[in-house]
Design a protein around this ligand. Structure first.
Ligand SMILES: Nc1ncnc2c1ncn2[C@@H]1O[C@H](COP(=O)(O)OP(=O)(O)OP(=O)(O)O)[C@@H](O)[C@H]1O
Ligand SMILES: [Mg+2]
Length: 497
């Protein structure tokens, strides 16, 4: 009896203990359930066939559905159409085989139609025999992170595509050692290398033949943020010389500094530029030699007129004088005086022609006397009032300079008569030890200087062009200043070597 009493007491005690444990367990489950309910992250439990058995408030709020709409449904129903649901379902198989905590990502569709990316952390729940009976999953909204990744991937892809299809040669090299890490097709084509040959090599050996130049480039890049259009000479693999303009900037990839360089091949345009410069100097020389040949020819014709025609006319005049003084004059008196008048006119014409072709005065008495003769001519022929300011008296000038300056002055005065529509012009001629200056200034109609080259291309108005070419051939300069309705001032400066 005592024994039974004891046994009963133990049973009651055990039952009490069990009740306490059960209460504690219930309390603890309640505590965990409340904790899970209050979690801001979506949490759910699901059976191996993906049927949802439990969702917390955050989960139903996230999907915008009531708990009743979710529990009992298979979660693959809530995946977005373009989420890789197959991949997600495969995950469950993986989880079954290797029941450890695993993460996976999927795109879910909410009730309002919007989609979000979730990253799930899945924990298998096993029964006492070790069989997986359920999974507990906690989600994290990674939509923004996914978007950033997507933008980055897109911009990387975009950059890579642009980099490789660009017709401009581009290279990425290590900042410190110049090793090529990437180059585009245009770069390979320009330098005649294959990708295999170039990647891993240093630009120091391939591009920069001069260490000094690379040092200058690196120093400049260190000081400035970027380099714009620096001229560089290099060679292709076959040794063909190249000239190009490079523009570079620094970039950081994975914490390492690199240089991205784009090159513009200017080999051909440089060649053309040099050719144009050569043609230009040839043209200058040609213009000048034409000018000198013209002057020589003028001088020769003037000499012919003077020595033959004028001389013959003078002889005819003399003979006519003799006839007029003789006994025949009474019969043809009228005709003889008419002939004398005509001969006088012819002599005067031939003298004017001689002077206009190439005033012997320029060769015989020099530039100063020729200028005085020229200004006098403009005064009498066109009624132009010239204000001369000159210090040139009796300074001997080299023949070429003398001819070019005389021709130029004549052209400038002709222009005043033709275009300025004024009767007054001032001429300044100033000579120093080093140079001679000739300036013609009027207060006439003026003109738009920017239209000058246009006139030349329309094959008219070669006067000033010729003057400029000849003056520049002598190492001098021509400066034109003109304002519409205010006047024109042309200044010529020629160095005296
Ligand atoms: N003193 C000036 N006043 C106003 N316009 C001028 C003057 N000098 C030159 N020009 C303008 O400049 C243009 C070019 O002059 P330029 O001497 O080269 O050619 P042109 O006199 O027209 O022809 P060309 O000299 O070949 O007979 C003229 O057509 C004229 O419009
Ligand atoms: Mg002219």
């Amino acid at each position: 009896m005592k024994q039974e009493q004891k046994h009963l007491e133990k049973l009651i005690k055990d039952l009490d203990m069990l009740r306490t444990r059960f209460t504690l367990l219930k309390q603890s489950e309640q505590k965990y359930r409340t904790m899970i309910e209050k979690q801001p992250e979506p949490i759910c439990k699901w059976l191996p066939d993906t049927t949802i058995t439990y969702v917390n408030n955050a989960y139903s709020k996230f999907l915008g559905k009531k708990k009743q709409e979710l529990i009992g449904k298979k979660w693959k129903l809530f995946l977005s159409a373009n989420s890789s649901s197959k991949k997600t379902i495969d995950l469950y198989k993986r989880l079954s085989l290797h029941p450890v905590t695993t993460t996976h990502e999927n795109k879910v569709k909410r009730k309002d139609g919007s989609t979000r990316w979730l990253q799930w952390c899945n924990v298998p729940i096993k029964d006492s025999k070790g069989n997986i009976v359920e999974f507990l999953s906690v989600a994290r909204d990674i939509t923004n992170q996914k978007m950033v990744e997507e933008i980055l991937r897109f911009s990387e892809e975009k950059f890579s595509k642009i980099f490789h299809i660009m017709p401009t040669p581009i290279a990425i090299t290590n900042f410190e050692n110049g090793i090529f890490i990437d180059v585009n097709k245009a770069f390979l084509k320009l330098f005649e290398y294959s990708r295999k040959e170039l990647i891993g090599q240093s630009a120091k050996d391939i591009i920069w033949k001069s260490c000094k130049r690379r040092k200058y480039f690196i120093d400049k890049l260190k000081k400035k943020k970027r380099i714009h259009n620096m001229e560089l000479s290099a060679q292709t693999k076959s040794g063909k010389p190249l000239k190009h303009l490079i523009s570079s900037d620094k970039i950081t990839i994975g914490g390492e500094k690199y240089i991205i360089t784009a090159a513009i091949d200017i080999t051909e345009s440089k060649k053309r530029e040099e050719e144009i410069l050569r043609y230009q100097s040839q043209l200058k020389a040609l213009t000048s030699s034409i000018a000198f040949a013209e002057e020589k020819e003028r001088k020769r014709i003037a000499g012919e007129i003077h020595d033959n025609i004028s001389h013959t006319l003078a002889v005819i005049k003399m003979k006519l004088g003799e006839i007029q003084a003789s006994e025949y004059q009474c019969t043809h008196k009228k005709e003889l005086s008419l002939l004398t008048k005509l001969i006088d006119e012819a002599i005067s014409c031939s003298r004017t022609l001689t002077f206009e072709l190439g005033p012997p005065i320029l060769y015989e008495l020099g530039f100063d006397a020729a200028v005085r003769w020229l200004t006098e001519k403009f005064r009498t022929k066109y009624g132009l009032k010239l204000e001369i300011n000159s210090n040139i008296k009796s300074v001997p000038l080299n023949e070429d300079i003398k001819i070019v300056l005389f021709q130029s002055l004549r052209e400038l005065l002709r222009n005043v008569v033709k275009h300025a529509h004024v009767k007054k012009v001032s001429v300044k001629i100033h000579i120093s030890r080093k140079r001679i200056l000739v300036r013609v200034k009027d207060r006439g109609k003026g003109f738009d200087i920017s239209e000058l080259s246009d006139k030349i291309t329309k094959s008219a108005g070669f006067g000033l062009f010729n003057v400029r070419e000849r003056i520049e051939y002598l190492g001098g300069s021509l400066k034109i200043q003109s304002v519409k309705d205010r006047g024109t001032c042309v200044t010529i400066i020629v160095p005296l070597h």
